[in-house]
Design a protein around this ligand. Sequence first.
Ligand code: KG4
Ligand code: ZN
Length: 381
Amino acid sequence: FLHKLVLGIETSCDDTAAAVVDETGNVWGEAIHSQTEVHLKTGGIIPPVAQQLHRENIQRIVQEALSVSKISPSELSAIATTIKPGLALSLGVGLSFSLQLVDQLKKPFIPIHHMEAHALTIRLTNKVEFPFLVLLISGGHCLLALVRGVSDFLLLGKSLDIAPGDMLDKVARRLSLIKHPECSTMSGGKAIEHLAKQGNKLHFDFKPPMQRAKNCDFSFSGLQHVVDKTITQKEKEEGTFIISKVGQINNPGFCLKMPVCSVGIEKGQLLSSAADIAAAVQHTTACHIAKRTHRAILFCKQRNFLSESNAVLVVSGGVASNLYIRKALEIVTNATQCTLLCPPPRLCTDNGVMIAWNGIERLRAGLGILYDTEGIRYEPK
Ligand code: KG4
Ligand code: ZN
């Protein structure tokens, strides 16, 4: 048998994913079940709901990844699974399923750090040597790190509050983009990008956060609140009195049904300034991300952590698929003689391939088999 094969399993958030990848980066089989639709309806992830959906799908997804790859499980070199960070309830499903499989198949277990997996994905698709800089921007992550080796990271900056995707999702929800026919199936961030194309960013002036902070940290909740206030203001200006629902006032002794009036925008209708707001918030987000990244590049070059002439910036995470934000980052990398690399979109978001690949990287580096059936049981912290 030719290559080491690793099965990767990911359940840290709202995707149940599995894949089989070999040493050369070939993907033999993969499968994914996304819970996005369910969570969009509830307006966010409810951890017990996510847990239940992982439970319902994990067996099928792992089975599918294995059967597409046409290998027998006995041919696997190891099983790699995300153990942190993420939603505890979701992580638990993947971990206990994997440990069962490990017992059953008598295979080594490789615990995976979700961020490490995101950061190393680029080495599956491109020939990228250490060290390189990575920017992870998604709904749950926001960090800048220098990747010096498979498990050797220098954290340069992180969000002090929420992640950019989370902020864009909240703004999108506040703008009711989910009810907009063109955007209803898109994630919040994608809906904002779509709508922003029809808007004028100059109509609103949202200031980039942390302009004077001499570090590479991020912040998005201040921006979110400013945008929120602006939307409330615009609703008052543009809205008409509408009867939003029939409210029921239940008091002991009497029951009264009455219409509840409120100022607002009809359901299914967007604020006329929604596109401008989307364009402005996207612009400010792009500026903020680009400026913090610029600082990180300059810092690393000054300290000789990165080469002067051929440094690489890897950008990954769901928000990295935003072309406007990418453009802003391109301006920064062009100005600093860096190469900007992004994994393909399907590998930017959570997936099983990156977990399996991280397993391969760890095997090759002689790292991190913390559990095998003969030896020690791995206890996650
Ligand atoms: O990586 P991902 O699938 O999941 C995690 O959060 O881990 O990223 C999803 C996030 C969501 O917040 C979504 O709104 C955002 O990425 N996103 C985008 C775009 N596509 C997805 N944000 C901005 N522009 C996009 N085109
Ligand atoms: Zn992720």
